[in-house]
Design a protein around this ligand. Structure first.
Ligand code: UDP
Length: 237
């Protein structure tokens, strides 16, 4: 493998990624497998920050469609991301990594409050930083939190781990003839409504020239490949 292309990364995982084959909740085996992959790149000196979704536990939009107040439901969604963050923290520590959870909603018994300079300091000390509770604001998503935090900590790229090999012209699960894009611009992704990240996150990344790599999280060694700039998944820049 060649030299390291992205030395400070923001890895975005959906909540569903932690559920493995379960339809709800957290699958310890899956979480441990992800942690091992993260440990490999930390061992190479890569600084890793994480944003985790909450969709495996609670989604604000879905609850509001069933009558719940949207803001209230979104706060529940943010709390779900905090649970996922603690699960991943536990697993990463079992890999021998130092970690810190920084939460956008104050919950000082379980996580540090989010302070940008502190996050950067942790990264410089090779600690894996997990950003919990999204942006701390309802009506946003963890994709947007990922773009925001990536810019704040001056990450070299967002790595968006998914269940498929990248961005396709149509849903590859339903269409066997779907074609994967190797490269895309942020504008193409926005214009064609390709499923990279939501529009708020994409436009934030576009305005700040932040590359996004969409890749299959479940192919062993992929985080390392992306970090080394191998042609894995889809590069949006
Ligand atoms: N959420 C929010 N503000 C944020 C991030 C998340 O309100 O800044 C809530 C929202 O209700 C969302 C839920 O948290 O549905 C879980 O996040 P998301 O849907 O992004 O998780 P994923 O789909 O990545 O698992």
């Amino acid at each position: 493998m060649g030299s390291i292309r992205y030395s400070r990364i923001l890895l975005k995982l959906s909540g569903e990624a932690l559920a493995g084959d379960l339809s709800f909740g957290i699958d310890p085996g899956t979480v441990n497998a992800i942690s091992k992959e993260i440990a490999e790149v930390v061992a190479e000196g890569v600084e890793v920050a994480l944003v985790i979704g909450g969709g495996n536990i609670f989604r604000g939009m879905a609850a509001s469609e069933q009558g719940m107040d949207r803001a209230n439901a979104d706060y529940m969604g943010m709390l779900a991301t905090a649970m996922n963050s603690l699960a991943l923290q536990d697993s990463l520590e079992k890999q021998g990594l130092e970690t810190r959870v920084l939460s956008a909603i104050t919950m000082r018994e379980v996580a540090e409050p989010y302070i940008r300079r502190r996050a950067i300091r942790h990264l410089e000390k090779s600690r894996v930083v997990i950003f919990a509770a999204g942006t701390g604001n309802p009506f946003f998503t963890t994709d947007t939190a990922a773009a925001l935090r990536a810019m704040e900590i001056k990450a070299d790229a967002i790595l968006k781990g998914t269940k498929v090999d990248g961005v396709y012209d149509k849903d590859p699960v339903k269409n066997p003839d779907a074609v994967r894009y190797e490269n895309l611009t942020h504008m193409d992704a926005l214009k064609d409504q390709l499923r990279v990240m939501d529009a708020t996150a994409l436009s934030l990344a576009m305005d700040n020239n932040l590359p996004i790599v969409v890749f299959n999280l479940f192919t062993q060694g992929n985080i390392k490949r992306v970090v080394h700039g191998e042609n894995v998944g889809t590069l949006v820049q």
